[in-house]
Write a protein that binds this ligand. Structure first.
Ligand SMILES: NC(=O)c1ccc[n+]([C@@H]2O[C@H](COP(=O)([O-])OP(=O)(O)OC[C@H]3O[C@@H](n4cnc5c(N)ncnc54)[C@H](OP(=O)(O)O)[C@@H]3O)[C@@H](O)[C@H]2O)c1
Length: 456
């Protein structure tokens, strides 16, 4: 800033502090006008200033995930590498990864788990046996995350085999005392830009889970590698490079190796849009802390009709008072008890109350160290967020507003919250997948809110 600009900035600041003081006489003096002239516009100026300051403060708190091209590394590996896959992982993918390890200098030992071995204890037994044959591995490459099947016996509804298997593997490696770096492979979990294919939200869950494993078991964590749908020799070389390199959240693409970064959103980018439709908005978890806050904000912004859901509905504390408060703000609110993870119930609700906008804020959190979390409780934390979001995506595809309440736990992990992180990573992935399909969607990964909500 040069001297002239500095003077202008100082004068601007002085002017706006007079506006913020709300004193008409002082402002009239600054402007050289009669006090009566400025008094009429002063309240509007004060409001304008306040909203701009709030908006720029909020903008300063915004970050987004970005991808940087990095040096792919030399790809020099050594020692025995345990490669773990499951029945649903395409054989050619296993072969390609094994080939990449061999060319990188490693000696792969391949274990393909059948569906009966997805259980943590079965798996620990099998791994102990494999480890015992040669006396130790240099690393573990898990391809289990690539198994996109659902509905396999023993794996709960809403938990893809790749996620259940990855959870079992992280735990079983600890049980079998195999303390070498674990690398988890996915395909389509992340998008590095427009040239990428569509994100598969189920694959993104493995990244959410992996980031928590990285926090809880740093000494035996390698990283996450996302591979492209189409394999070629360069991809194999880059995979070996990543396994021998320093980056731990990487997308390998035909065009290069990309490392995940968190970057500040540039000022002025993604200016807030207005929800212009006069239609109704569904707020799931609408009787919870953040759901109620967003309902109030929507009412203030002129949304005429709100449909608020939670499992307890009007039985939730404060629900009736919230309806009255929203009426006072000009919105007609209906509270309906509905489990968003129950597709039929959700479809029935939307049949009765058609909406043009969706805010999906329903969710539960649980804090259990990864070493002890069971598949049942893992699935329980996933269901409202992931099944709810999936059904909303299917049932309101052309929503004019589709906002998912995600969490920072999904972005950088949170100790003891593997399922919660996986669920939020799913939401972020679903928003990307919708946008790639030309639909609207925004996933807001909130940091902890003060004063209210599930983390207080
Ligand atoms: N609070 C924070 O600091 C924070 C930070 C980051 C992200 N978030 C996210 O923001 C969202 C709202 O959080 P909050 O703090 O407002 O939590 P909250 O007060 O506990 O509200 C959660 C709401 O979800 C409802 N819900 C849970 N399972 C449901 C299901 N299966 N079907 C329908 N409704 C269900 C709950 O009501 P019932 O129990 O009656 O169903 C409750 O109304 C969550 O998705 C959370 O992950 C919050």
């Amino acid at each position: 800033m040069d001297a002239v600009e500095g003077v202008v900035v100082a004068e601007d600041e002085a002017f706006w502090s007079v506006v913020e003081s709300g004193e008409g006489g002082a402002l009239a003096e600054v402007l050289g006008l009669e006090a009566g002239v400025v008094e009429g516009v002063l309240p509007a100026l004060v409001d304008w200033r306040r909203s701009r300051v709030e908006r720029s403060r909020a903008a300063g708190m915004r970050y987004r995930v970005s991808w940087s091209v990095v040096d792919g590394g030399a790809g020099v590996l050594s020692g025995r590498w345990l490669v773990v896959a499951s029945e649903g992982v395409p054989g050619e993918r296993v072969e390609a990864c094994v080939g990449a390890l061999v060319r990188g200098g490693a000696e792969p030992v391949v274990v393909v788990l059948d569906d009966g071995e997805l259980d943590r204890w079965e798996l620990a037994g099998r791994l102990t046996e494999e480890d015992g044959f040669g006396g130790g591995f240099a690393g573990v490459l898990s391809l289990v995350g690539l198994d996109g099947r659902t509905g396999v016996v023993g794996v709960r509804v809403g938990v893809p085999v790749g996620v259940a298997g990855s959870l079992a593997l992280v735990q079983a490696l600890g049980d079998a005392e195999i303390g070498v770096p674990l690398w988890c492979v996915t395909s389509g979990a992340v998008s590095t830009g427009r040239a990428d294919g569509v994100v598969v939200p189920e694959q993104a869950m493995v990244w959410g889970l992996g980031r928590v494993a990285a926090l809880e078991f740093p000494q035996r964590w390698g990283g996450l590698v996302d591979l492209p749908a189409v394999w070629d020799e360069r991809v194999g070389g880059r995979l070996a490079g990543v396994l021998g390199g320093v980056e731990d959240q990487v997308a390998v693409r035909a065009s290069g190796t990309f490392a995940r970064r968190l970057a500040r959103v540039a000022a002025g980018a993604g200016r807030p849009g207005e929800f212009a439709s006069g239609g109704a908005v569904l707020v799931t978890g609408g009787t919870g802390a953040l759901g109620a806050a967003v309902a109030r904000r929507l009412a203030v912004r002129g949304v005429p009709e709100l449909v608020l859901t939670s499992r307890r509905g009007l039985g939730a504390p404060g629900a009736a008072e919230l309806v009255a408060e929203l009426a006072g703000l000009g919105a007609r609110a209906t509270v309906v008890a509905c489990d968003v993870a129950d597709r039929e119930a959700l479809a029935g609700l939307l049949g009765e109350h058609p909406v043009t906008g969706v805010v999906h804020a329903a969710g539960v959190v649980d804090t259990v160290p990864l070493v002890g979390v069971g598949l049942e409780e893992f699935a329980e934390v996933l269901r409202a967020k992931t099944l709810g979001a999936r059904y909303l995506d299917e049932l309101v595809p052309d929503a004019e507003m589709f906002v998912l309440f995600s969490s920072i736990a999904g972005v950088w992990g949170s100790g003891g919250q593997a399922a919660y992180a996986a669920a939020n990573a799913y939401l972020d992935g679903l928003a990307e997948a919708r946008r790639a399909r030309g639909l609207v969607a925004t996933s807001v990964a909130w940091g902890p809110w003060a004063d209210a909500g599930m983390l207080v």
